[in-house]
Design a protein around this ligand. Structure first.
Ligand code: SF4
Length: 200
């Protein structure tokens, strides 16, 4: 199965890395997290961290103030309410401050091998283009995808759509000429195979 490229050693590290991965590349996150987890090796340690110190470590990942606030708060919630152990249900995960359904789904699928569909910008775009969902809201897209794909394939589908969205069905000028799904895809603005013109 395709899995996340975010380096982590346990569910808590994956939770933190996933929050930091917003609006940046996995490579950028992987450059910052070794120092973060060296300096703050446990959830309890990060829960008591000086925000300025955390900000300096994850500065290069962008939006560092908000991300610092989120990872300290979620660690504090985890420490105080779950004894530092990452819960294994989506309903509990989304109770942690700064953790939405997308982040919770990534952790469920990757850390616990539970069926979950994380709807990020790639999953949303591909679901719309491929006609799997006409919705724009991530929660509704998640519901639509779960209705057409068996649970055993949820996590794999999510990671495959994300990777395909990065490599082939990119946001601007999708590479329809090399796309193996072109015969199935109803997207009206496909790019033509060789000329790059709209094929209609
Ligand atoms: S044919 Fe084009 S728009 Fe459709 S899935 Fe492939 S790359 Fe995306």
């Amino acid at each position: 199965m395709i899995s996340t490229a975010l380096h982590h050693r346990d569910p808590w590290q994956l939770l933190v890395a996933t929050v930091i991965s917003a609006q940046t590349t996995d490579e950028n996150v992987n450059l910052a997290t070794p120092e973060l987890f060296r300096r703050f090796p446990t959830c309890a340690a990060l829960a008591r961290a000086d925000p300025a110190e955390v900000e300096a470590i994850i500065f290069s990942t962008g939006f560092y103030r908000q991300k610092t606030k989120s990872i300290i708060e979620l660690s504090r919630d985890l420490d105080e309410r779950f004894e530092g152990i990452v819960p294994e249900t989506i309903d509990e995960l989304v109770q942690l401050r700064g953790v939405g359904r997308k982040t919770a789904s990534v952790v469920l699928a990757e850390a616990f091998d539970r069926p979950a569909i994380a709807v990020d910008t790639h999953v949303r775009r591909l679901s719309n283009r491929l006609g799997l969902s006409t919705e724009n809201d991530p929660n509704r897209i998640e519901t639509d995808l779960k209705a057409v794909v068996p649970p055993a394939s949820w996590s794999g589908l999510s990671m495959r759509l994300i990777q395909y969205g990065r490599d082939v069905c990119v946001a601007r000028n999708p590479r329809c000429g090399v796309c193996e799904l072109i015969e199935l895809c109803p997207y009206p603005d496909k790019t033509a195979p060789l000329t790059g013109r709209h094929a209609g």
